[in-house]
Design a protein around this ligand. Structure first.
Ligand code: GLU
Length: 479
């Protein structure tokens, strides 16, 4: 294994292990348990053929289960040409720690298929996805009580709907079949707010960070999110939603957007929605009219800004560029964007990192809500919403009656009445549950970060909290 302090760049999986080891060194776990938690329980590799365009194409896929201290295990399925066993195992480990940290009652898993989805049309992708799902379903690697996949890079609602349908076809009498995957479209058993959930979670994480001036002070920044200069790497589902919400709702100025084909920058700020529309239409950022452009996207990572949001691939901040990163605050919207080697360099420089296992946990949190919705077979809010509205109307009417009886000109503003009288639907409840989850998990990390002299950073604090929970769960089982 490469040393984080040495010259070699640790791989993604080595990075996760190094970060884990740094945290467990500060804990008092029985050595056997430490090893049990670290290792990946199993990885299933499948190679299958699909007849397409007149010939048989062989595809390779993985589903890795890192820890089954709680079941089902949970984690996305990624479609990308770089997918490999080491990557899937590192991602599965992160899922274990992520779920523990935000108290989503799952073990950790992850899957991947070596494929560039852009090489295939929709019908072909459906055939490939159904065949991959078939292989996983027949081994219980997709099953509501055992293993529940979700979208990840290169997959989305469409693929989840195909997988759920494939499961239903193979399990015709399972009343909970819909709970076999999350991230489905609303009309196939999905939940409102799942698509935006990871980006929304990044926003809530930053809001919570900025609520405590002591935390903000550690970065050398001050004040609120309003006016903060943000550089986002990757305008996919996560980066797009995070940047859009931060710009539209928190007053952040998006000064840089990095994509596959280069980067856009503007000191006055880029319009996230316009840039996204441009990318969808033209396939990249180049040619976008209202900003500076450079083909050297990596250079913009090193640009002066307040908050850097890596929201694409792992390992983009590594030992070759970490020393030149100027942002005092990094929030890891992607999984593993900072290598263990870069983490050491940045920690030394005083850069504050809000770690991936917390920062991007919004996706799995709302997946948890979707899974519960599927098992309870009812939309959130369906029973309470109107009842809540009528109780609020009772108060409003009574207040107005009293004011009238006293001959007062006092009245409630129409906008207050409008907001107060509206009962919460599914989307409001999902946002409230996500906000609560992100706040509580952050507070647990913060207590360790500020409360222990031997913990200097949020990542170590996050590992301590989550490993502690996984260990407690194993110990309760008598291990
Ligand atoms: N792929 C997402 C992640 O890495 C979501 C996983 C899920 O919802 O199960 O966290």
């Amino acid at each position: 294994m490469a040393s984080s302090m040495g010259q070699t760049e640790p791989s993604f999986r080595e990075s996760v292990d190094l970060m884990f080891n740094r945290a467990v060194a500060l804990m008092d776990l029985p050595p056997g348990l430490e090893e049990k938690i670290r290792v990946c329980n199993s990885t299933y590799t499948v190679r299958f053929g699909v007849r397409l365009r007149g010939k048989i194409h062989t595809f390779t896929g993985y589903r890795s289960v890192h820890s089954e201290h709680m079941e089902p295990v949970k984690g996305g399925i990624r479609y990308a040409t770089e997918v490999n066993q080491d990557e899937v195992e590192a991602l599965a480990a992160l899922m274990t720690y992520k779920c523990a940290l935000v108290e989503a009652p799952f073990g950790g898993s992850k899957g991947g298929l070596c494929i560039d989805p852009r090489d295939w049309d929709q019908h072909e992708l459906e055939q490939i996805t159904r065949r991959f799902a078939y292989e996983l379903i027949k081994r219980d690697l997709i099953a509501p009580a055992q293993n529940v996949p979700a979208p990840d890079m290169g997959t989305g609602e469409r693929e989840m709907a195909w997988m759920a349908d494939q499961f239903a076809r193979m399990n015709t009498t399972d009343i909970n079949a819909r709970a076999c995957v999350t991230g489905k479209p609303l009309n196939a058993g999905g939940i409102s707010g799942r698509v935006e959930a990871t980006g929304r979670g990044v926003q809530y994480a930053l809001r919570e960070f900025f609520r405590d001036p002591r935390d903000v002070e550690t970065t050398g920044l001050s004040g609120t999110l309003d006016g903060k200069r943000v550089v986002v790497q990757g305008l996919g589902n996560v980066g797009y939603h995070a940047a859009k919400f931060l710009q539209e709702e928190d007053g952040c100025i998006i000064t840089g957007i990095i994509e596959r084909d280069g980067a856009l920058f503007s000191a006055e700020g880029l319009n996230v929605q316009d840039v996204r529309d441009w990318i969808v239409k033209h396939g990249g950022v180049s040619g976008y009219p209202d900003a500076g452009y450079t083909a050297d996207g990596a250079a913009v990572l090193e640009q002066e800004c307040d908050i850097l949001v890596p929201a694409a691939l792992e390992g983009v901040i590594n030992m070759s560029n970490a020393a030149r990163i100027k942002a005092p605050l990094i929030i890891e919207a992607a999984n593993g964007p900072v290598t263990a080697g870069a983490d050491d360099i940045l920690r030394e420089k005083g850069t504050v990192i809000i770690p991936d296992m917390y920062a991007n946990a919004g996706g799995v949190t709302v997946s948890y809500f979707e899974w519960v919705k599927n098992l309870s077979h009812i939309r959130f809010g369906r029973m309470q919403r109107r009842q809540e509205e009528s109780r609020h109307a009772l108060i409003v009417n009574e207040l107005e009656r009293l004011a009238d009886a006293m001959g007062s000109t006092w009245s409630l503003t129409p906008s207050f009445k409008d907001r107060y009288l509206r009962g919460a639907g599914e989307l409001e409840l999902v946002r409230s549950g996500l906000d609560d989850t992100m706040r509580i998990a952050y507070q647990e990390m913060r207590n360790v970060w500020h409360g222990r002299d031997d913990v200097a950073d949020l990542r170590t604090a996050a590992y301590l909290v989550s490993i502690g929970k996984v260990a407690a769960s194993y110990q309760a089982k008598g291990l």
